[in-house]
Each structure stands twice: as C-alpha cells, then as structure tokens.
Design a protein around this ligand. Sequence first.
Ligand code: MLT
Length: 408
Amino acid sequence: MALINENYQKLSKNYLFSEIARRVEKFQNENPNAKIIRLGIGDVTQPLPQVCIDAMKKAVEEMSDAKTFRGYGPEQGYKFLREKIAEYNYKRRGLKIDSEEIFISDGSKCDCGNIQEIFSIESKIAIADPVYPVYLDTNVMAGRTGELKSDGHFEGVVYLPCTEENNFSPSIPDEHVDLIYLCSPNNPTGTTLSKDTLKKWIEYAKENEAIILYDAAYAAYITEKNIPQSIYEIEDAEECAIEFRSFSKTAGFTGTRCGYVVIPNELFGKNKFGEKILLKDLWLRRQTTKFNGTAYIVQRGAEAIYSEEGQKQIKNLVGYYMENAKIIREGFEKIGMKTYGGINAPYIWLKTPKNISSWEFFDKLLNEVNIVGTPGAGFGPCGENYFRLTAFGNRENTIEAMNRIKNN
Ligand code: MLT
C-alpha cells in the first residue's frame, strides 16, 4: 500500500465549512420542515452584475466560431484583464503595479493555499488567531508545522492572537519569522489594519527579510476613507509583500471563480547560497506547471467590472450586502449584544452570550431559530466564545434571521 502524507493526519477530519455543511445537512434531514437560514459560509446570493453576464455571453459566442475560438490561455491570465486590474485597482490609486506583476487565477482560496509551495519547508510562519483556516491548514499539509498541541495550536507556528483587547489587530512578533499571513479586511473578525499598523509590519518584514502574504479579498467592502485597500499603499511594500485579491466577493464570482495575485518585480527570496531569486519567476514556474489558466469566458466576465457602468454595478452589489451587515449589527445592538466588524467588511463578529462555547452557540442557533453561523473556534483557539455571521444572505432572510434572534 502506498504511504500517505502523514501531515494530513495532523488536521481535524473535515475542513471548517465542510463540517458546518455536514452538521446542517444532518439537522435538515432530521427536521425536514425547518426553514434554515444560512449565514455561515461567506457565499454570495445575488446575481452576477449585468455587465459580467453580457461580457460572458459575448465570450461564449466567440467560442462558437472557429475564427474567434480560444483554447488554452496564457497561464498568467489574459493581458486584457491584467491591464484593466493594474489600471483600475492600482494606477488610478497612485500605485505603480504593472500588469506583468499580476497573475490571474481561479480564486484567492487556491492562491492563498498554494503560495507556500514557493518557500522553503523550513520557513517559520506567523498566522493571526483567529483567521481564515486555509493559511494554516495548507502549511500543516505541507509539513511546515509539528503536531497539534492541547491548546489548539500547532507546534512550530508563531500565532498572533487577535482579541478584543488589541482590537483584533495582531501584534508584531518578538522573534524572527519568514512568512506572515495578514488579512484585511479580516475574515472572520471583520476588522481592518490601519496604515500605521501596516507600516510597522513592513518595517518588521524588511528588518527580518520576511515576506508578508496579504489577503485583501474583501478590499471592496472598505467604506472608511483612511483604511488602505492595498498593502502597496504603504511605502516599500513592493519589497516585502504579495497581495491576494478576488472577484468572488467583489463581483459575485464565488461560483464563477476568478482571483489574482500580485507579486512585484522588487520582491525576492534567497536560495541556500544566499543568491537573490525573483519570487515572481518561481510563481510563474509553478503556475505554468500546475495550472492551465482561468477560463476565457470567466476572464471576460471579470474584465467587465472595469468600466464606468461595471464599477457602478459592483458598488451597488457591495452596498446591498453592506446594508445587510448594518441590519445584523443593529439587530444585535438592540438586544444588547456587542458586535465587531460589519463596517468595512461583510462579516459580523460577536461574543457568544454567557461565554458559552462557539460550537454550543452554533447548535443553539441552529436548533432554536434554524440559523446557521460559523463558530469562532473554527478560525483558531482565540476565536473561542465568538461567532461569525455573514452579510451575504439575501435581504429577506437577513431581516427574518434578525427577527428570529430578537424574538427568541
Ligand atoms: C468564508 O466563509 O470564510 C469564505 O467563504 C471563505 C472563502 O471565501 O473561501
């Protein structure tokens, strides 16, 4: 029999959102009449913007004619999309990211999970706690950690606790690390990192020759003016940061799949001889070997948001979900429960009542009011006694969910 990758056995049996889906399915089977409202996984519910639909329909037509048909596309993504991203998301904001530094993918989850492959297995990683589980799980799978300890932490990982006391903003480690995962707006806490905070992280990264892996999948949800949408708004970030962005939450592409990674020309790692190696070249090598590019039709759909009309439509879409966030935040405030996030992010993070465990609260909400959320503990031990709700439901369900909670 073939030997397995033992590292997988260090992980819990199911990925967080698969475990939630399993429990919800079991509950639904046992309670077929329950009208479950799903505010657990951050999956969008509203249709794709019309500009995307039109562009994709046109692209399908092109595929029906041998003269305009496309087979394999460039692994880095079509230039038409990379150039629009560089123009709209960076150049127009005064940032000098070029289309050659952008790599189109089938979503940020894959990019955030795969990026660790281009770094040494010996790399020391720092990860916020709580945080999106993909960063940690993929490093465990790769063998970059030891065993799971009784405190819920893996050996060999530097955890950065994010608590109410530090406004859910991770502190700079007092030891050397090589890779730092930061997520802003944050999943799950919905909080953001300020320019001053990011400056400190960049100083640390430069001093330690570390790389910041900056997940900005929710950048479109930032409503406050002074919050950076990109890490490259901070001086010298091109020398020490990789940025991940996504069309999933920006334009409703969770099922359509499209995201991108920015790896600047100034960003280097080093080999065992101490020679500087361009990280962008390694990522291109990885992508050309393991990935055949995102579908042409999808990239045309993504491109469509970069027009005056496209920008208007995604603004409306984001606005719709942020109104839901407000309904959830205010609903909890009315019943005296403290919430975090929901201002610059589509996630609302709350303390469980009477300090009950986050999985107990999950069961209580599911059983008593048929609402699904995500237990904070699923994002790391510091998420215990917290709970996450998403604003990605439809309006009717969001209002109904808050009424059920209020009246319970
Ligand atoms: C979440 O609920 O945290 C998101 O759906 C995760 C993701 O985008 O993969």
